[in-house]
Design a protein around this ligand. Structure first.
Ligand code: CTP
Ligand code: CA
Length: 225
């Protein structure tokens, strides 16, 4: 089935996408981060806009051009991302959490740059848990029938871990991909299996991130009334 501008199946819908990776600051010049480039989330934003949706893109530290016609909301940390996702999700038909959200943040933020001292070992960094945005919005849906999609990058037992994670998070769909040093992160292509809470499994062959994005929107559109 041909899609895109010719078939605006998401017209009249508001979709929210989080993309990129959060950065959790230690001091004014340092942070704990991750390797997410934001490319998959931006591909989701472009394809949703092409299918007629109103798109809000919550962008965490992605150095990518703003997609045309998309409302881009920049964020830094997981706590900031949570606030903006909750705000945008209030009237959304679908929320896709493609961002790599840090599980932990430094317990303390040093207002001044942390300096090393002669002959002294460094202080250990104490971490605390960040909120789990996907679990929270799935458990407490802003609207009945809102479709919620998560992403999971796994290195081992990909499908078993994915099934368990889908259940734990309580979302409708989970896009599971296998990651490694040379897979997925920063790459132009992606390969995945989309697991549904209804037990469905949709494999997506290795290809451009737009192709995976379109499969996600097909599955979302099928779940919207
Ligand atoms: N996620 C989130 N908030 C967090 C962590 C993750 O919303 N604090 C979302 C991600 O955006 C993604 C999904 O949850 O859509 C799965 O992320 P993942 O890191 O795979 O899940 P975790 O539950 O953090 O499991 P793990 O211990 O394997 O990292
Ligand atoms: Ca995690």
């Amino acid at each position: 089935l041909a899609r895109g501008a010719a078939e605006p199946d998401l017209a009249g819908r508001h979709v929210v996408i989080s993309a990129g990776g959060t950065r959790e600051p230690l001091d004014p010049v340092r942070f704990l981060g991750n390797r997410s480039s934001g490319k998959q989330g931006y591909a989701l934003a472009r394809t949703a806009a092409a299918r007629g949706a109103r798109v809000t893109l919550i962008a965490a530290n992605a150095s990518l051009p703003d997609p045309a016609g998309v409302d881009v909301v920049p964020v830094g940390t997981a706590v900031e991302l949570r606030a903006e996702v909750l705000r945008a999700a209030a009237d959304a038909d679908a929320v896709v959490m493609a961002a790599a959200v840090a599980d932990f943040r430094p317990a303390a933020y040093a207002a001044g740059k942390i300096k090393k001292k002669d002959g002294q070992e460094p202080e250990p960094v104490t971490l605390v848990r960040n909120p789990d945005v996907l679990a929270e919005i799935s458990a407490d849906r802003a609207r009945p029938g809102q479709v919620i999609v998560g992403f999971a990058a796994e290195t081992d037992d990909v499908l078993a871990n994915g099934r368990a994670k889908l259940k734990r998070k309580g979302c409708d769909l989970l896009v599971v991909n296998e990651v490694g040093e040379h897979r997925t992160f920063g790459s132009e292509e992606n390969e995945a299996v989309v697991l549904g809470s209804d037990g469905s499994e949709t494999p997506v062959a290795r290809g451009p991130k737009e192709a995976l994005a379109d499969t996600v929107w097909d599955l979302v559109a099928g779940r919207l009334d």
